[in-house]
Design a protein around this ligand. Structure first.
Ligand code: HSE
Length: 432
């Protein structure tokens, strides 16, 4: 069979990794795909010192790759929104299939891109966009196709998990660990995307769409970062038998679908609570299969290239199949009458850390406010003021309650004369 010709745009960490995997594993890949896969052109402004591209045409203009009539598959690995969107749409217009690792592009412009691809009868693949080397898109879109997905929850940002792990295990400084993640090629070009949960929200948006067959709705994803988590919160959570992870959570409930990224307390005996470092993990609960868990490296050259190349192999296998018989871009014929819940409508349990003056009756007042709103307390710890701190710390774990109700309670607690400063609120998920 005729070889498949691939054009790679972007030769950074992921582009370089993809080139190296395609060339190093060429024989094995050809056996799997049933035909040779050749890198026929690279679009990159700078060489990658880790790649020997001798004999491959390299152009500084990535749009040349999208226009090249010899190229069957354009691999978009430049990242970002505008230029990437233009490149992908041009490639589609020229009848090329596209593979991308760009979750921001898919989460925010996926609808437009998929519509263009469907008009042209080509496919856009994006396995590498979510959870790096873990084949979670394939698992959800194909492996779990028999199920109604009830919920999914994942550690889907390697940089954030790496930072939380190093801070907890080694007491390292936030900025120092972030710098290392950038040097290792894990972090986004703008690392606030990692730390503030935007990258995870892009990924969760994609996962929810293919889990439930709903349109991509990044703007409706509630997003909260990890920058306010203190060493004390980590310790108190452990004292209560929990770990803090930055989680993307989405549940399909009778009221609607929730879509949220925030720091989360997870019981320490849940396997996902032990997923550390740059590893990602996604739990999916389906009504036939029950709980499933997928773990692997969520970032870095090799793992991300593994997912990019798997998409290229999939495309090579189906290149001759007609468009109507390929897997849908979002797994389903997407429904429009979905209901993504606002964060106020979401129900979770909570960890609260309240700072208060060490006076008689403070704890009773806090408990009264919670009980008046029907908020059930599961556990409570009070830490007396230390020699260096004047304030007592009250740590409370609650049962599940609607966010709107909790907001009202926190407002009332903040207004008490004896409480001081902001109340820390971390959502708790038992994932069972
Ligand atoms: N910045 C991302 C992460 C890269 O740390 O997970 C992979 O998407």
């Amino acid at each position: 069979m005729k070889p498949v010709k691939v054009g790679i745009c972007g030769l950074g960490t992921v582009g370089g990794g993809t080139y190296n995997v395609l060339t190093t594993n060429a024989q094995n890949i050809a056996r799997r795909a049933g035909r040779e896969i050749i890198v026929a052109q690279i679009g990159a402004r700078r060489p990658n010192p880790n790649c020997d591209t001798t004999g491959v045409e390299v152009t500084a203009d990535i749009f040349d790759v999208a226009r090249n009539p010899d190229i069957d598959i354009v691999v978009e690995l430049i990242g970002g929104y505008d230029v990437a969107r233009e490149l992908v749409l041009l490639a589609i217009e020229n009848g090329k299939h596209v593979v991308t690792a760009n979750k921001a592009l898919i989460a925010e412009h996926g609808e437009e891109i998929f519509a263009a691809a469907e008009r042209q009868g080509v496919s856009v693949m994006y396995e590498a966009g979510v959870a790096g080397g873990i084949p979670i898109i394939k698992a959800l879109r194909e492996g779990l196709a028999a199920n109604r997905i009830n919920w999914l929850a994942g550690i889907i940002n390697g940089t954030g998990n790496f930072i939380l792990t190093e801070m907890r295990d080694k007491g390292r400084d936030f900025a120092d660990v972030l710098k290392e993640a950038q040097e290792l090629g894990y972090a986004e070009a703008d690392p606030t995307f990692d730390v503030e949960g935007i990258d995870a929200a892009h990924k969760l948006t994609i996962l929810a769409s293919i889990a439930y067959g709903i349109p991509l709705q990044f703007s409706r994803c509630y997003t909260e970062g990890i920058s306010k988590i203190t060493r004390d919160d980590v310790e108190y959570a452990e004292e209560l038998g929990y770990r803090i992870k930055h989680l993307g959570v989405s549940c399909q409930t009778e009221k609607g679908i929730d879509l949220r990224v925030h720091p989360t307390l997870i019981p320490e005996d849940r396997p996902i609570a032990k997923v550390d470092g740059v590893l990602n993990a996604v739990m999916v609960n389906g009504n036939a299969v029950g709980d499933t868990l997928y773990v692997g490296a969520g970032a870095g050259a090799g793992p991300t290239a593994s997912a990019v190349v798997a998409d290229i192999v999939d495309l090579a296998r189906t290149l001759e199949a007609d468009a109507a018989n390929r897997v849908n871009h979002l797994a389903y014929n997407v429904i429009e009458d979905d209901k993504v819940l606002s964060i106020e409508e979401v129900e979770t349990a909570y960890y609260l850390r309240i700072q208060a003056q060490d006076k008689t009756g403070v704890l009773a007042s806090v408990a009264t406010i919670l009980s008046e709103r029907g908020i059930n307390i599961e556990a409570i710890i009070q830490k007396e003021p230390s020699e260096t701190e004047e304030l007592a710390q009250i740590i409370i774990l609650t049962h599940r309650v609607m966010e709107k109700t909790m907001n009202g309670a926190l407002e009332a607690i903040s207004e008490l004369d004896s409480t001081v400063g902001d109340i820390t609120r971390i959502r708790v998920e038992h994932l069972a």
